[in-house]
Design a protein around this ligand. Sequence first.
Ligand SMILES: Cc1ncc(COP(=O)(O)O)c(C=O)c1O
Length: 413
Amino acid sequence: MGSSGSHLSGVWAKVTDLKVVRGEGCRVFDVNGDAYLDFTAGIAAASTGHCHPTVVKAIAEQAHRFVHAQVNVYEHDLLEPVAARLAELTPPSIDTFFFSNSSDEILEAAVKVAKHATGRSSIITFDGAFHGRTLLTMAMSTSRAIDREGYGPFPSGVHVAPFPDPHASDQESEISRALRGLDRLFQTQIVARDVAAIFVEPVIGERGYIPTPPAFVAGLAERCAEHGILFIADETQSGFGRTGKMFAIEAHDVEPDILCMAKGIASGFPFAALGMRRSIDDKWRPGSHGGSSNGTPIGCAAALATIEVLTADGFLDNVRNRGTQLIDELRNFQQLDDALLHVRGRGLMVATEFDTPERAAAIVEHCLEHSKVILMTAGTRKRTIRWMPPLIVTADEIDEATAAFSAAIRATG
Ligand SMILES: Cc1ncc(COP(=O)(O)O)c(C=O)c1O
């Protein structure tokens, strides 16, 4: 037992010290019965909110039919329906699906299939990207050096290309600079014909909710086409309605070869999917990948129910409207406080960036202590507060959260 009297590992970073017993909609309830407005949505995973009745019902019903049906041994009856539904929702290039439990597993699977499909050994990620915490996905992640500290050396074959600085005043030349950096990487580090894939977050997540500029994405897609490199979109955080579109990549004029999906896909139930072109899957050697709990029946049920909620008439309109409301309300505070440097976002993937990490942390703490609103930071220097409520959030709940923010700004200024 640890010195705190707990049998739990101390490795998890803590956003709050709350001990919670249940969740409902946008709220979680702690052991004292106090309700907290959860604007983290379990780090953008609880897409339909906590315990959405449609999702709970589907999970409960499925638990009575099958908890575990191992995919190598037999095929249960929800695998094809989930794949068929995803084929309808994902970009037209994506028609074939592999299922697993977490984004890390899906990102690793993406690297493996890209290697088989191209016969090439290396991949490219971008400066500031975050793709996970296994050793390979950490090798792909450069959002914060402290997350990598003490864990190296990492798997080789991962090259990090420049990402345009979102705060550069001349965005056009900044994007050209970053693309030239990639071209130079092909001259100095690895020839393009050895690169299997590039991994792109259509909206950068952990580094601080930065929409990836369309001209940059277009430049990457051009280079992929020229050199036979697969374009892989990591939609772990930005997918399933988070940005007001089913997938954030829809805002770009590109058809990804592979799409990584997790978090919101099953309302936070551990489930993740890799979408790809059939021609890519055809080159994935049968039997060369898998896992005991791939495509679990309960995960599939949770995903189907989540998709039912997210595709209901007007659902994504609400995400866009609430996102606009949130950004408008947050922008008002820029007139009050010079420390609030930037307000940005797409849909309900919104960021408020402050001048110092201390100020951002003080505001998060004030919102929790005084208003029972849960927020959390992001970014390399943790100067950004990210706003990622459940997608079912109401206008009143947005007002409640921004009122908490207003009080915190005044109290900590
Ligand atoms: C784009 C992206 N990829 C991968 C991950 C890793 O997801 P998880 O923390 O669920 O393993 C994250 C997590 O925030 C992410 O934002």
